[in-house]
Design a protein around this ligand. Structure first.
Ligand SMILES: Nc1nc2c(c(=O)[nH]1)N[C@H]1C(S)=C(S)[C@@H](COP(=O)(O)OP(=O)(O)OC[C@H]3O[C@@H](n4cnc5c(=O)[nH]c(N)nc54)[C@H](O)[C@@H]3O)O[C@H]1N2
Ligand SMILES: Nc1nc2c(c(=O)[nH]1)N[C@H]1C(S)=C(S)[C@@H](COP(=O)(O)OP(=O)(O)OC[C@H]3O[C@@H](n4cnc5c(=O)[nH]c(N)nc54)[C@H](O)[C@@H]3O)O[C@H]1N2
Ligand SMILES: [Mo]
Length: 673
């Protein structure tokens, strides 16, 4: 038995250091590596099962070529040479006839290693293909909102939460998506620090919090502005901090806050008036309030301004200036690495952009040239992308040449002309840096890839060679690519340039106690000139949902999509144990909503709106309020009547960052039949 130090590559903020136990070339167990203080020797329930993921009987082991209609899932095995030659020949044909922008590389985040994630983007960059505006399905709205308010910098060290005097999980189910942060929160609570959860759902973290404030979906902006209204009214602000570090406080105070007296805020959010007052008083008393900003609250039409409003609060009480205080969204910006060397080797400075969440639209309606060649890796848009019916109609186009690289026969792979078997992360070598804490680590592979599976990075290199690309990156080993990544790295990272970090294990980047603002003014920009120039309200505000949007009048229920505990999107769908733990794909209604519809727990129901319908099992629970239907996770179709909840979600954008608006979906729930 051998124990190999690796890193979890799943799309998760924690980025665990792991120990893979290997017996005769087979991973038999995966557990947390105690050598890393944040992830602290424990793995989540999903990753603790990653031996089952690598060894899953459902893995693809050979390249496949389509032998039936698109979407039918009929394939025959071919060799890698045949597959790669066919891809190169098709791409060359497409480029000759339509130009390189008729190609689209649609790769995303299921492997968080820098090379297995980035080099495939580098390939399409060098080819001059249409460029994916990636991450709009996920974090582009919250990131944009953060960048214009705090700047393109990381948040506080999440480990500093142990020094907070008040902790607020605002739109984040920490037990599901951030379990190592949750452990630090629990440490602080042992000292008597209070945890408040602000979330429409009484999820696991909310159940064990000191106080849960269940607000209406999409009303966070109103609540945050109401909190600041009271802090100003009651003189609970840190005037010195505001004078030195905050831009736009006076404008907010004069023009926006008067619109949000506590009575109105209570009415808008559904929170009790006394609770709005109490929340504001808590922030007002606090010197080190730590807000964990969740992405969930930003996935609706006013998501960007909501995040800006919430992130302004620690500026008013001065918490940004002290260890243990502030607001945490992401850490990725804290690593100033030479990413361009991997993602943008050669290739034109700019080409046509395609928004990640509008794949369906791009495949069906983009012209001049239309998308003719599509390469999908490390994401599963036939399930996870909004307007899924459009996505699938696009993928079904006979004149579209589609390649999907995946360890499993995903719903998307069924539409491919060629499917390539992907290695899973335990079979790959890579360098990692977290997006939710300040650790980085190099990891070897634990075992060789199953069957003929290949890593993302090696597929990018093989295709680059066949396409005649000359960039050295496409011939480098992961170790050489790491050297390149650190070339010209800034700040504390500079000390690792030219150093072999392969054997070093987890490395932590120290963070300052006070938040550094990377905005043009160097301050917390409650007022953002950057937004004003884009024609967006430069001050955080909240409005009643736009009148041109008729959906809210037309359909009685609003959708809440929240992460699954035992599934992360569809990435663990190939592990039967975790599928069972998560249970059948379901939706949740409050007992009142179920009873007016005559529905009972466990029955099949139809969720529908003008975009389509989905069949799910009903669960009845008061963990959500009336007027809402909760759908946990995005689950693969189990048969041809079920479907992805994204069939019902539009591809409309958020107020900034062109992000997805899953939470601005309205629908009806009825008995199935
Ligand atoms: N309704 C609704 N939709 C959502 C969300 C929501 O909250 N509600 N959340 C959104 C968010 S935040 C995100 S990030 C997206 C996530 O959606 P996706 O990015 O589509 O993620 P997954 O569904 O996990 O799909 C990952 C795919 O990559 C494959 N894979 C795993 N490892 C590797 C690898 O190393 N190489 C290759 N080539 N493939 C690999 C997996 O088998 C799987 O098929 O979904 C978005 N969609
Ligand atoms: N187990 C597990 N872990 C995961 C994932 C997973 O699917 N499963 N996904 C991974 C990925 S790709 C990402 S991007 C991160 C995302 O992780 P988070 O940043 O935590 O964001 P979400 O999971 O989208 O949403 C979290 C919460 O937002 C709440 N919410 C929704 N709308 C609103 C609203 O209007 N107001 C408020 N206050 N709350 C609202 C939901 O009820 C939910 O509890 O997690 C990662 N980790
Ligand atoms: Mo995400």
């Amino acid at each position: 038995m051998e124990v190999i130090r690796v890193v979890c590559a799943h799309d998760c903020p924690d980025m665990c250091s792991l120990l893979a136990h290997v017996d005769q070339g087979r991973v038999v167990k995966v557990e947390g590596d105690p050598a890393q203080a944040y992830t602290d020797g424990f793995a989540c329930a999903k990753v603790a099962r990653d031996a089952d993921l690598v060894n899953s009987a459902e893995r693809l082991t050979r390249p496949l070529k389509r032998s039936g209609p698109k979407g039918s899932g009929q394939f025959q095995s071919i060799s890698w040479d045949e597959a790669l030659n066919s891809i190169a020949a098709n791409w060359k044909r497409i480029i000759a006839e339509f130009g390189p922008t008729a190609l689209l590389g649609y790769a995303y985040s299921a492997h968080q290693g820098q090379f297995n994630r980035g080099l495939i983007n580098g390939l399409f960059h060098a080819l001059g293909a249409s460029r994916l505006l990636a991450g709009t399905v996920c974090d582009s709205c919250c990131e944009t909102a953060w960048d214009v308010t705090i700047g393109p910098v990381g948040g506080p060290d999440p480990e500093s939460v142990v020094d907070a005097d008040l902790i607020v999980a605002w739109g984040a189910d920490l037990v599901a998506t951030n379990v190592h942060f949750w452990a630090k929160v629990e440490q602080a609570r042992k000292r008597g620090v209070e945890l408040i959860v602000i979330d429409p759902r009484r999820h696991r973290a909310a159940k064990s919090a000191d106080w849960h404030i269940p607000i209406r979906i999409g009303t966070d902006g109103a609540l945050a502005l109401g909190v600041m209204h009271i802090m100003v009214r009651d003189n609970l602000c840190d005037a010195a901090y505001i004078r030195d570090h905050v831009l736009g406080f006076e404008q907010l105070k004069q023009t926006v806050l008067p619109k949000f007296p506590p009575e109105r805020v209570a009415e808008l959010t559904g929170a009790a008036l006394a609770d709005v007052e109490r929340l504001a008083a808590k922030f007002g008393e606090s010197k080190r309030s730590f807000i964990r900003l969740g992405e969930g609250m930003t996935r609706s039409l006013q998501g960007g301004q909501a995040l800006r409003a919430v992130a302004s609060i620690p500026g008013l009480n001065g918490s940004y200036g002290r260890r243990g205080g502030g607001a945490f969204l992401l850490a990725a910006n804290g690593f100033a690495l030479n990413y361009d060397a991997i993602r943008k080797p050669s290739g034109p400075a700019a080409t046509r952009l395609v928004n990640h969440l509008r794949l369906g639209e791009a495949l069906l309606n983009l012209g001049d040239p239309p998308i003719k060649g599509l390469f999908i890796a490390a994401n599963n848009p036939a399930i996870t992308c909004p307007e899924t019916a459009k996505v699938r109609r696009g993928l079904a186009r006979d004149d579209l040449f589609t390649v999907v690289h995946d360890p499993f026969m995903s719903a998307t792979a069924r539409y491919a002309d060629i499917v390539l078997p992907a290695a899973v992360y335990l079979e790959t070598e890579d360098f990692y840096r977290s997006y939710g804490c300040y650790y980085m680590q190099y990891a070897p592979r634990a075992v060789a890839p199953l069957g003929e599976a290949r890593s993302n990075y090696s597929v990018a290199q093989a295709l680059a060679a066949r396409m005649g690309l000359q960039d050295a990156q496409f011939r480098m080993t992961p170790a050489e690519l790491t050297t390149l990544l650190f070339t010209g790295a800034g700040g504390e990272l500079a000390q690792y340039a030219g150093v072999d970090i392969r054997e070093q294990g987890p490395i932590k980047l120290a963070q300052p106690d006070a938040q550094v603002f990377g905005t043009p003014s160097g301050k917390l920009e409650i007022y953002s000139e950057t937004l004003a120039r884009q024609g967006i309200n430069p001050l955080p505000d909240w409005n009643v949902e736009l009148p041109e949007d008729g959906d809210g009048q037309r359909w009685p229920l609003r959708l809440l999509t929240a992460p699954g505990y035992f599934q992360s999107h569809t990435a663990f769908a190939g592990v039967p144990y975790l599928r069972r733990r998560e249970g059948d794909p379901c939706c949740v209604l409050n007992p009142l909503e179920a009873s007016v519809r005559g529905l009972v727990d466990g029955q099949a129901v139809r969720l529908s709106n003008q975009r389509g319908r989905v069949r799910l099992m009903l669960r009845i629970s008061d963990e959500i309020q009336s007027g809402v239907v909760l759908v946990p996770g995005q689950r693969p179709d189990i048969d041809d009547t079920s479907g992805s909840i994204n069939l019902l979600c539009s591809d409309r954008y958020t107020d900034m960052g062109e992000g997805a608006t899953y939470q601005s979906t309205w629908l009806q729930v009825q008995a199935w039949n």
